[in-house]
Design a protein around this ligand. Structure first.
Ligand SMILES: Cc1ncc(COP(=O)(O)O)c(N)n1
Length: 558
């Protein structure tokens, strides 16, 4: 073995630095930042300002790192590794803020804002604890905001900053404070004024986060604060009536951008602000412009909240790795009620499209499918149904409970009934019963049906279910799509309209729902490992491809 590495030059990663506090609970602070950096394919470095003793319920201790040692860490990182972007989070106290600002000014002597510097002015934890000395806000305004490229306050933080800024500097003309009184942001108009005011304190771009200020979509009015505090008790209907607005003010361009977001009624929000500023910094490190970095960062956070994790007894965590480890097999939510099925459809997207949007299917939609192709297909489909019934019989045999056996046996009876309807339907096309039963099975049919039976024989009920699923679900999708597509030729004008109606029919759609529910249930009980999930995906994909061959066969009459 040689140690020549010249043909594999080490990859130079995009680097992002966080200057923040440690959250022992893992959901916020440095921990959230590093998870976000990693998830967004950047190399994270960290300068710790404080160590908090914290869980999902409370912060019960804060140990500030001596300011000189904070500066020393920062010096160590910048003098050697360097960085493509920086984010600041919990800065703890005035001495630390001053030390951070001093060291940054030394490394970036004339460049203000510091390139790609995102400041999350962390002040109070969502559990209520103060994370920044009140006396330090003034230092933050004076020392850090002038270095800041993007500032990401929430509404209460913006109010604190503006109130303090006005108090300290009565000469400053701010629109959100009245004669030195506290700033109050309770409408979208006030948010606009506040964002502009904040930009006057230094940042090039202000992202004023609207998470604490939901609006009614219809009226644009803010939800009363007392209702917001009982967030988990809000009704589902009310949740749908609300939206959040994150407001961006790009001071240089003089442009406001409103990002409207779904209001998610969840308690898994611990670390949201940390994660957002970290994601924006990571996106900047990748070379995105400020606006794109914010928009993409916001999408990352929204998905991470949606995919949230139940950790501890208080506010749960975001799922920082939702892009890497799909939570799909963990828990259904209203955003992902069929996690396994959705996972499979996504994983097999390309084949699924080829199957459900096949030329044969388009021919059914516009009525142009040659009659002989359809007749050939109908005969083969009857033979397919025979094996389909047997596969369900095999399911009844393999089931472990009487109820499950009965469910499969009921489907066999249902298929027998269906095949009688099939014969009646064939008669309308001039195909006699003798024609059907004397038809030779096509090779595509042999391959498909025997594959299903083989999987059923060698695997368990979930394997069998997934071998059957593309047929069950796919015909349901096709029926629905063609029925609802305005381009589909309808009624008498289309000889295949009855076929489309049959699969759009509520009877068939309910069968699909039942089948999917059974699959999801057995997946949930099995909790497949990643390897097993890949195996299941393989079965689903093969059966989907065999469906494609079935349409090909019908078109070419093989
Ligand atoms: C170390 C540290 N940094 C930041 C936060 C704010 O996060 P949240 O507002 O979600 O509690 C926190 N709780 N702990």
């Amino acid at each position: 073995m040689t140690s020549d590495t010249s043909s594999h030059p080490p990859h130079v990663p995009f680097k992002v630095l966080t200057i923040a506090g440690s959250d022992s609970g893992g959901g916020a602070g440095i921990q959230a930042d590093i998870k976000t950096f990693t998830s967004l394919k950047t190399f994270g470095t960290s300068v710790l300002t404080s160590v908090t003793s914290q869980n999902t319920l409370k912060v019960d201790g804060i140990h500030a790192i001596p300011a000189d040692f904070v500066a020393q860490q920062l010096e160590a990182v910048l003098s050697d590794i360097g960085t493509n972007a920086i984010k600041t989070g919990m800065l703890c106290n005035a001495e630390i803020i001053a030390a951070v600002a001093r060291t940054l000014r030394k490394h970036y002597p004339d460049t203000y804002p510091v390139p790609n510097m995102v400041v999350d002015p962390v002040m109070i934890a969502s559990s209520g604890a103060a994370l920044l000395d009140t006396s330090a806000i003034e230092t933050l305004i004076r020392e850090i905001l002038p270095l800041c490229y993007i500032l990401t306050p929430n509404v209460p933080e913006a109010e604190y900053i503006l109130t303090k800024a006005q108090l300290e500097n009565p000469g400053l003309v701010l629109s959100t404070t009245t004669q030195g009184g506290p700033a109050r942001i309770d409408s979208l108009d006030k948010m606009r004024l506040a964002a502009q005011d904040l930009a006057r304190l230094g940042p090039s771009i202000v992202l004023l986060k609207g998470g604490h200020l939901p609006f009614y979509k219809k009226t644009g009015l803010a939800l009363p604060q007392d209702l917001l505090h009982a967030i988990e008790d809000l009704s589902v209907e009310l949740e749908d009536e609300l939206e959040l607005v994150d407001l961006i003010w790009d001071a240089k361009a003089g442009v406001f951008t409103e990002l409207r977001k779904e209001f998610l009624r969840t308690s898994s929000t611990h670390g949201t602000g940390c994660t957002l500023s970290a994601a924006i910094a990571a996106n900047l490190a990748h070379g995105l412009g400020g606006m794109d970095a914010i928009i993409k960062g916001g999408d990352y956070v929204q998905s991470a909240i949606r995919d949230g994790l139940t950790v501890g007894r208080g506010k749960g965590s975001l799922n920082h790795f939702h892009q890497i480890v799909p939570r799909s097999i963990e828990k259904p939510t209203r955003y992902n009620p069929h996690p396994l099925t959705n996972y499979l459809l996504k994983a097999c997207e390309v084949d699924w499209k080829k199957y459900t949007e096949h030329e044969f299917v388009q021919g059914l939609a516009d009525g142009t499918l040659p009659r002989e192709s359809f007749i050939h297909y109908m005969k083969q489909d009857y033979l397919f149904l025979q094996t389909y019934a047997r596969a369900h019989g095999l399911g009844a045999f393999k089931a472990r409970t009487m109820a499950e056996s009965k469910a499969f046996a009921d489907i066999v009876v249902h298929i027998a009934h269906e095949s009688q309807l099939h014969i009646n339907y064939c008669a309308k096309w001039g195909i006699s019963y003798d024609d059907i039963v004397n038809t030779q099975e096509s090779m595509a049919n042999v391959a498909y049906t025997r594959y299903v039976l083989d999987i059923g024989m060698t695997g368990d009920l979930l394997d069998l279910g997934l071998a059957i699923a593309p047929c069950l679900i796919g015909y349901g999708h096709i029926g629905n799509r063609l029925y609802n597509d305005p381009n589909t030729v309808r009624g008498q004008a289309n000889p295949y309209w009855e076929w489309i109606e049959n699969y759009h029919d509520s009877g068939y759609q309910e069968a699909v729902e039942r089948g999917v529910a059974t699959l999801e249930h057995s997946c949930n009980t099995q909790q497949p490992s990643e390897h097993r999930l890949k195996q299941l995906e393989g079965i689903f994909r093969t059966a989907t491809r065999l469906e494609i061959s079935f349409w090909d066969m019908a078109l070419q009459r093989l």
